[in-house]
Each structure stands twice: as C-alpha cells, then as structure tokens.
Design a protein around this ligand. Structure first.
Ligand code: CUK
Ligand code: CUA
Length: 640
C-alpha cells in the first residue's frame, strides 16, 4: 500500500470514528459529589476567571469556574448590539483593516499576558484567523483596546502565543501566501517557489500593553498550526507545529498527509532578534491597520502603518531547525519546566515528547538528517526525542500540564482526555468527553506554575447533552476535577460560538483591578457634555451634533427639533452617572446603527441619517431606575 493510500485509509478511519466512537455511560458519568464541587452559592464569587475563545462568533467569552456561569461576552472582531460595539462612531475604527471595515473574524486562541512565565492578569491577547489580526483586551475594563493587522499573512492560526514576559506575542501563518502587494499575483501552481510562511513577532510595551510588529520571519511555505514559547531553560526559543510539509496547494486532505512525518519548527528567536538589531532585516513597505482605543477620550483611532522588517530565515544558518514529528502535528506544547515539548500528530498513534536539552546537543553536534528541508537543517528524530507515549488515544490535538509533572492531552477521534506522566511517559487515566474534544485547559496549564485543580474540555460536538435546539446545538465545555489520581467529570456548560483555546487565572488577579466608574471630570471626549447646562444642538452645514446627557431618569435635551431631511445627525450621549454599574442605553426609531450603551462618565456617539420626515422617539434601552420607562424623548425631522 502506498503512503498516499495509507494516509487516505487513516483519514477514512478517523472520519468513521467521528461518527461511531461515542463514549459509553453518558448518563452515569457524573458521581454524587459533583454538584457540591461546582456549586457557587448565590452572592458568592467563582474561584477563577476563564477566558474562552468564541471561534467564528469573533467574540471572547468570560466564564466563572467552577460554576460555568457566563459573566461577559467581549466583542473583539464582531459588531455587538448589546454593547454598541462596531456601531458607535467611537468603536467603528477598531474594526478597520487595509481591506476596509471588516466586522467579523474567526477567533481561535487566547493568551494572557505574563510576568516571569506566570499570567499577570493585565491583558488577554486573541487572534483573528481570517483577516489576520491580533487584538488586546484590557482586563481593567474588559474591552478590546487594540487591534493590529498582520501583513504578509493569511490565517494567523498559530497565534497569539507569548514569551515569558510577554516581550513578544507571535503569530504564524496558516496559509502560506506570496508576499503582499503586486508581487502576489502569481499562478497558484507556483506555490513551491512563491508561497512563503511568515511569523510576526509583535512586541508588547510592559506598561501600556501597546503592540507593534517588531519583525517578521519569512520561512518556507509550510502551514503553521500552533506554537509555544520556551520557558525557563528554553526561554529564547519558540516551537511551531507545521503541517503540509509537502507544500501542497490543492486537496490538502490527501496531498498534505503523504509524509510519515511533518515538523516541529524550533526557532531561536533571541538570535533572530540579534540579527534584526544588527540591521540584517529587510524593510518592506506595506500597509496594515493599527487600531487603538483611547481610555481618556473613549474614542478609537485607526492608522495605517506602512513598513515591516522581514528577516528571511533561509539566509541565516542558526535561527530555524526542523524536527520531524509524526503525521500532521496540531498542538505543540511546552511543559512547565521548559524541557519537554509535546507534538500531537492528528493522524499519529503515538505522542512524541522532545527534549530541549537533546535538541541543543543535536544542534551543537550537528545531528542532522543528510537531507535538508527547504535548505534548512533537519534534526534527527531520535536526536531530539525524549520518548514516545505509546497508544495514548486517537487524534491527539492539545496538551496542558498540572503542577505535579503530569500532562493532559485531548483526543478528538477517540473523544477523551488522557492524563500521562511526563517522566515515564505512562498513561495514568483516561476519561471520555461528550464529544470530540478540541482544546483543553488547566488554569495556568500553559505556564511555569500551573494551578491545576480543574481541567476544562472544549468540545466540538454536543449531540444529546442538552435540550435540543433545532439543527444547531450550543458547543460545550466540560469541567473535570483533576485534584485526585483520576479525573472526575463534574459539570457541562454551553459556550458561545466555537470554543477553541481558553485560559484561566485565579479571580484575585483581576477582580480588584476593575475600573468601576470613569470620572466625568477626566472625560476628554471632544463631544463630552459635563452637565445638563451644557447640553445643546449644534448645526455645522448638514451635520447636526446633539450634545445630550443621560442621568436617572431623563435625557437633556429630550425634545429635539430643527433637523431636516439630508442631515447627518450625531447623538453624542454622555452618561452623567458616577455610580458603578449604571449604564444608560440610547435607541432611535429606524436608526440602523443599533443602540448605544454608555457607561458612567463616558460619551458615546450614534450617527443617524433620517430616511423620512416625522417624529422619532428616542429612549433609554437599559433598565436603569424605577422611572426607566419614562426615560424617553422625541426628535422631529422636517423637509429640507
Ligand atoms: S485549533 Cu480549535 S481544536 Cu484553531 Cu487551536 Cu485545535
Ligand atoms: Cu436610563 Cu434606562
């Protein structure tokens, strides 16, 4: 049987499993004390914040653990009428790209900012997989405060993964593509020659969190899937899983699964950084959007950056090394000590665990395969390998770690999470998931100091777990107690969109740092109205600016006349409240820009172009007091 046929068989087998491999014992999998382990009494707080990717919803969801309670949905690469995100004039620029306004993306991975290899609770970084972007969410406000577009990239699936002190957040391309610009108009059949991978190293300012593309590495045209930074002893290195080392550009399902082994790509980023500092990179002029939300003016700006520094790794002998890894690796995870790197071949029947020390020895002793890959050294498999976990399960995807030297791997095809010991590579426990787990997460499980205690499986298929809701069911998370020798399933909870990766940290890191009220005196919004006495209607040509205030329980002004057909009306709504958790909403009949939700002390703008003459009610959309229903007014639109 040819390798090609073999891989087709393996895929077919995998496909069969997806429909037939349903774990048994669904109903009695949860034992008696599960309820008490997940019960968070009314008025009590959860122990952990859990930030969960919303996949194709473009949003980030925040849950409490262990209760599984949904605390907030943060719009990132989406428009969200609940918060007016992407509808208000202040937030529209956040969704700008070099392609224009792109109010959707596919959000896969979540990475919390770190200090000394431990999450510090300042920011969450997430990626947009479609129109490649990275976003930063500020955990004082739980708002998206920065989005940067990634040039030379298509599908930055391999992101955002960060270094020990969040010096860099990296983003590797899933799709190799020709470099941006006119040079990109080439035949697709010229893939091997013209299509390249790019990895963006995005620097993060320690104090402000502001991102900038420090440099990009231009690599052979493999597909980067996931990545992890080294830590501890391996700090200074990055590890990327690569599939499609065949560099196929059609029917990847078959053509990208021919080789027995693809690669983990080890990148010496400290070296790359040195070369860039020494001026070895090439400056490429290129346009990409960089959007920032200013917390003083509560307005966003979108600027076009126009240059990026690119380092072609094929020109340097000591930045990139390939390590063979069985069968289309997906996850690539580094244990808390930084010594062990786990590759998860989606079609492999074993899990290889690589050793950082052995990789270093192999590089020093040139233990390379006789044949290079795309001109770059390939370390011998055995020379990098610590050992293999045999028959761990089917379809391994991702691995996280506890604080006791154990690893936990998700298996999509056999639909289970498997606990194994890193040192002796023995499987210790396996528990079914319902069904077909993708990512899994242990609080701190990607860091130097895992908190352990819980594991959450994020599943792709829900089937019979919840009351049916038509053809589509909510995707599902499952919480396991991992404090004992055996994992114990203790809770199911539905998620928004598709949950890919997630991270969690103790609530204490975040809960006391919240911005509760914005001081109205510091409101630097150009259209802020700091008291009802300043409320007014100002005409500038065909633009009408309504400076309107909201306080329990009225707007000022609440009767607005003098607007004519053809006018552009801007309602700049300032919430005068100085009390935590008292937003006011704002809606106008017929306005296409949804509503506003204005937080205390802030100003938010709704743009409206009336489509007819008449009287238009306005009202507060958020129940704010006993007299909320009285919080209304009228706008009159007359012929020109
Ligand atoms: S991927 Cu979703 S299961 Cu996009 Cu991180 Cu592995
Ligand atoms: Cu203000 Cu309801």
């Amino acid at each position: 049987m040819s390798t090609r046929n073999l891989s087709i068989c393996m895929l077919a087998a995998a496909a069969l499993y997806i429909t037939s491999c349903k774990p048994k014992g669904t109903s009695n999998a949860v034992s008696g004390d599960a309820a008490s382990k997940t019960y968070v009494a009314p008025g009590k707080y959860d122990e952990f914040y859990n930030f969960v990717s919303g996949g194709f919803s473009g949003q980030l969801a925040v849950y409490g653990l262990p209760s599984g309670r949904l605390l907030r949905v943060i719009p990132v690469f989406s428009v969200d009428p609940e918060k007016g995100w992407g509808y208000s004039e202040e937030t529209k620029p956040m969704l700008n790209t070099s392609h224009g306004f792109v109010p959707w993306d596919d959000l896969h991975h979540v990475e919390m900012s770190m200090t000394d290899g431990v999450a510090d609770g300042k920011w969450v970084f997430v990626n947009g997989n479609n129109t490649p972007r990275l976003a930063r969410v500020d955990l004082k406000t739980f708002r998206t405060t920065e989005i940067i577009e990634l040039p030379n990239s298509a599908g930055n699936h391999s992101s955002p993964f960060g270094t020990e002190n969040s010096e860099y957040i990296v983003a590797g391309t899933r799709f190799s593509v020709p470099e941006d610009g006119e040079a990109g108009d080439v035949p697709i059949s010229s893939y091997k020659e013209n299509f390249k991978g790019h990895i963006s190293f995005v620097s993060v300012d320690k104090n402000t969190g502001n991102m900038a593309i420090a440099f990009q590495l231009k690599t052979p045209g493999v597909n980067f899937d996931l990545a992890r930074a080294g830590k501890g002893k391996s700090n200074g290195w990055f590890f990327f899983s690569c599939y499609n080392s065949e560099q196929a550009n059609t029917l990847l399902e078959v053509n990208a699964s021919q080789r027995d082994k693809d690669f983990i790509m080890a990148v010496n980023w400290k070296k790359a950084e040195e070369y860039v500092k020494a001026g070895k990179g090439k400056k490429q002029s290129i346009k990409y959007a960089h959007n920032k939300y200013n917390e003083e003016t509560h307005t966003a700006t979108s600027e076009m950056e126009n240059e990026v520094t690119v380092l072609d790794v094929s020109e340097f002998p000591d930045i990139v090394y390939f390590i063979p890894c069985p069968k289309s690796p997906h996850g690539c995870d580094v244990d808390p000590t930084g010594e062990y790197i786990v590759g998860s071949g989606k079609l492999a029947a074993l899990l290889p665990v690589f050793s950082y020390d052995k990789i270093q020895k192999a590089i020093a002793g040139k233990a390379f395969e006789p044949e290079k890959y795309a001109g770059l050294p390939v370390i011998k498999y055995e020379a990098a390998l610590y050992g293999e976990v045999q028959k761990p399960g089917l379809g391994p995807l991702h691995t996280e770690f506890d604080a006791n030297g154990n690893a936990y791997t998700s298996f999509f095809v056999s639909s289970e999470v498997v606990k194994w010991n890193i040192k002796d590579l023995k499987v210790l426990d396996r528990q079914p998931t319902y069904y077909s787990v993708g990512h899994l997460m242990i609080p701190g499980g990607n860091t130097k100091k895992p908190f352990g205690k819980y594991l959450v499986a994020y599943n792709k298929i829900t089937k019979d777990r919840y009351l049916p809701t038509g053809p589509e069911l909510a995707q599902s998370a499952q919480l396991y107690d991992i404090s004992g020798d055996k994992m114990q399933l203790i809770l199911d909870f539905p998620t928004i969109g598709e949950p890919h990766y997630a991270q969690a940290v103790p609530a204490s890191l975040i809960k006391d740092k919240q911005l509760k009220i914005f001081d109205i005196n510091n409101n630097k919004h150009p259209y802020a109205t700091k008291g009802e006495g300043e409320a007014k209607v100002v005409r500038q040509g065909n633009q009408v600016h309504v400076y309107i205030t909201a306080i329990r329980s009225h707007f000022a002004p609440d009767n607005i006349e003098g607007i004519q057909m053809g006018d552009e009306v801007y309602f700049h709504v300032t919430n005068l409240e100085q009390d935590w958790d008292v937003p006011h909403g704002f809606g106008v009949k017929g306005a296409a820009n949804a509503e506003l939700l204005v937080m205390p002390g802030e100003t938010t703008t709704l743009k409206w172009t009336p489509d007819r003459t008449g009287i238009f009610p306005i009202y507060c959309t958020d129940f704010c007091s006993a007299l909320h229903q009285e919080m209304q007014g009228y706008v009159r639109v007359s012929p020109k």
